[in-house]
Design a protein around this ligand. Structure first.
Ligand code: NAP
Length: 483
C-alpha cells in the first residue's frame, strides 16, 4: 500500500491507502478554491477496514484505561493547539464563518479531553443478590467494531463526539465522514494516526454513502452503527442494522419550535429567534425554525426578526466581517429555493430575504428569509429545510402555542421565551422534544450532558456526556456463588 501523492488517502489497518477515485472538496464561499482531493474507498477497502477493526479488538479492548486516556488526551491537546488552522479548513470546506469553525474544532478538542477522563471511569455496579450468599455485578463491556457515519454540517464535532467515546470504552472504529466535507475527518484521522493507537483500532474510509456507508451498515463484522444525518437516510438504514442484530443509534432531522409568550423580553426573543435559526446558514439540526408567538408580541417580534435578518452580513466564510456564510452546495441551495417557492405559494408572507447574492467570488450565497402569517400545516413549516429560512406562526394562548410546538413528527429540541416561571416549568415538562431551552436559542448545547431528540428525530441511546456509555458498551450481569 502506497501513500498517494495526488490527494488525501484513506487510513486502513494503520496505513495510508491509495485509491482510484477522489472527491473534489470545493470551498462554497469561492468555487475556484479547491480544498483538496479526497480518496473514495472501494468496497474491498471498506471490507479491509472492517476486518482490521475486528483484528485490533483484542489489543484495544484489553488496553489499560490509562493508555486509552493518554491517547485521547493527546488528540484533544493537538486539536486545541491547532484550532485556528483546522477551524479555517472547516470554514473553507463547509462554509460556516471562521469563529464558528474555530469554535467547532475547540468543541472537538473538549470532547476528546472529556472522554479521555471517562476512559478512567468505566464503572460497574455491585449489588446484593436476592439469594443469600450470591454476589451480583453489572459490567459495561465494549460493543466491538463501531461503524461511524456522519453528516457534512458539523464535520469535526460530530465525528469527535462519536469517535472519542467509541475508543474510550474500548471499541475499534470504522469512520465514514460525509462525502461533501471529508477534510476535517481526514485531519482528525491524521492526528489519530500519530496518537499511539494500535494499528486497526481506528480506520478512515471516505467515500459515498451508497457505497462505503452501505457496506458499513450491512456488514455483520460491524457490531454497532452510530449515524447522524437526514431522517430519510436514517430510516432506510435502521431496519438493515436491526435485522442483522446490530446495535444502532441515530440522530436525525429537526424542525424545532420556539414559543414566544407575550411576557417575553422582546430583545432576547429576537436574539433567540434569529440566532437559533438563520445564523449558521440555517444548517443546524437543532435550529428553531418554527417561531410560535402569542398575539400581543407577535407583530413586534416578526418585525424585529426581519429587521435583524436584513442587517446580517452574508459573505465569504473566511472574511471576519461575515455573519452568515454560504449554503454548503448547489444541491442544498436548490432545496432552499424550492422551499421558498413552496412558502410563497402556500400564502406565507415573506418579510425579507431568500435572494441569491453575488459576492467577490462565485459561491452559494443566499440572504436569510423570514416568513410571517405561517400556519403549522404549511409544507415549509412541517418539513426540515436546512437553510436560512424561519417561519413565524401566531397562537392565541400558551396552551395553543404548546400544542402547535408539539404538533410535529420531529422532536429534537424546543424552546420558550417567557419571564413566567410557571410557563417555563410547564413547557419543560410537557414539550415532546428531547432537549428544551428557556430564554435561549434551541441550537447550542453542552458536551458533558446527554444530547438527542424524540419521535422521528432520534433512535436509540443518547449521545455525549456520560450517557454515551449506553451505546458504546454492552452491559453484562454476573452472578457469583463464592464456595
Ligand atoms: P445524509 O444525506 O443523511 O447523510 C448523512 C451520512 O450518511 C453521510 O455520510 C452520507 O454519505 C451517509 N449515507 C447516505 N446514504 C447512505 C446509505 N444508504 N447508507 C449508509 N450511509 C449513507 O445527511 P446530510 O445531508 O449529510 O446531513 C444533513 C442532515 O443531518 C439534516 O437532516 C440534519 O438535521 C441532520 N443532522 C442531525 C443532527 C443531530 O444530531 N440530530 C446533527 C447534524 C445533522 P454521503 O456524504 O456520501 O451522502
Amino acid at each position: 500500500m502506497n501513500m498517494v501523492q495526488s490527494g488525501k488517502s484513506n487510513y486502513i489497518a494503520g496505513e495510508w491507502v491509495d485509491a482510484n477515485d477522489f472527491s473534489e472538496n470545493r470551498n462554497p464561499s469561492n468555487l475556484g478554491d479547491l480544498v483538496g482531493l479526497y480518496a473514495r474507498a472501494s468496497i474491498e477497502q471498506t471490507q479491509q477496514a472492517i476486518e482490521a477493526a475486528k483484528a485490533a479488538l483484542p489489543e484495544w479492548t484489553g488496553a489499560s484505561p490509562q493508555l486509552r486516556a493518554e491517547i485521547l488526551e493527546r488528540v484533544g491537546i493537538e486539536l486545541m493547539a491547532r484550532r485556528d488552522e483546522l477551524g479555517e479548513l472547516l470554514s473553507r470546506e463547509e462554509g460556516k464563518i471562521l469563529s464558528e469553525g474555530v469554535g467547532e474544532v475547540t468543541r472537538a478538542a473538549q470532547l476528546f479531553k472529556f472522554y479521555a477522563q471517562e476512559a478512567l471511569r468505566v464503572e460497574g455496579l455491585a449489588i446484593a443478590s436476592i439469594r443469600p450468599g450470591v454476589r451480583v455485578e453489572v459490567r459495561h463491556e465494549p460493543v466491538g467494531v463501531v461503524g461511524i457515519i456522519t453528516p457534512w454540517n458539523f464535520p469535526i464535532a460530530i465525528p469527535a463526539w462519536k469517535i472519542a467515546p467509541a475508543l474510550a470504552y474500548g471499541n475499534t472504529v470504522v469512520f465514514k465522514p460525509a462525502d461533501l466535507t471529508p477534510g476535517c475527518g481526514w485531519a482528525l484521522a491524521e492526528i489519530l494516526s500519530r496518537s499511539g493507537l494500535p494499528a486497526g483500532a481506528f480506520n478512515l474510509v471516505m467515500g459515498r454513502g451508497s457505497v462505503v456507508g452501505d457496506l458499513i451498515v450491512r456488514s455483520a463484522g460491524v457490531n454497532a452503527v452510530t449515524f447522524t444525518g437526514s431522517e430519510a437516510t436514517g430510516r432506510s438504514i435502521r431496519t438493515i442494522v436491526a435485522e442483522r442484530g446490530g446495535k444502532i443509534q441515530q440522530e436525525m432531522g429537526g424542525k424545532s419550535p420556539l414559543v414566544v409568550l407575550d411576557d417575553a423580553n422582546l430583545e432576547n426573543a429576537i436574539d433567540c429567534a434569529i440566532g437559533g435559526s438563520v445564523v449558521s446558514t440555517g444548517q443546524r439540526c437543532t435550529s428553531n425554525t418554527r417561531i410560535i408567538a402569542t398575539p400581543a408580541i407577535h407583530d413586534a417580534l416578526a418585525e424585529g426578526m426581519a429587521a435583524r435578518a436584513r442587517q446580517l452580513v452574508v459573505g465569504n466564510a473566511l472574511d471576519p466581517t461575515t455573519q452568515i456564510g454560504p449554503v454548503v452546495d448547489q444541491k442544498q441551495l436548490d432545496t432552499n429555493l424550492r422551499y421558498l417557492d413552496v412558502a410563497d405559494d402556500e400564502g406565507a408572507q415573506r418579510l425579507c430575504g431568500g435572494e441569491i447574492l453575488e459576492r467577490e467570488h462565485p459561491g452559494f450565497y443566499l440572504s436569510p428569509a423570514v416568513y410571517a402569517d405561517c400556519t403549522n400545516d404549511m409544507v415549509h413549516v412541517r418539513e426540515e429545510i436546512f437553510g436560512p429560512v424561519v417561519s413565524v406562526l401566531k397562537a392565541g394562548s400558551y396552551e395553543e402555542a404548546l400544542a402547535v410546538a408539539n404538533d410535529s413528527p420531529l422532536g429534537l429540541s424546543s424552546g420558550i421565551c417567557t419571564t413566567s416561571l410557571k410557563y417555563a416549568e410547564d413547557f419543560k415538562s410537557r414539550s415532546t422534544s428531547g432537549m428544551v431551552f428557556v430564554n435561549l436559542p434551541t441550537a447550542g448545547v453542552d458536551y458533558h450532558v446527554p444530547f438527542g431528540g424524540r419521535k422521528a428525530s432520534s433512535y436509540g441511546p443518547r449521545e455525549q456526556g456520560r450517557a454515551a456509555r449506553d451505546f458504546f458498551t454492552n452491559s453484562k450481569t454476573a452472578y457469583t456463588n463464592p464456595l
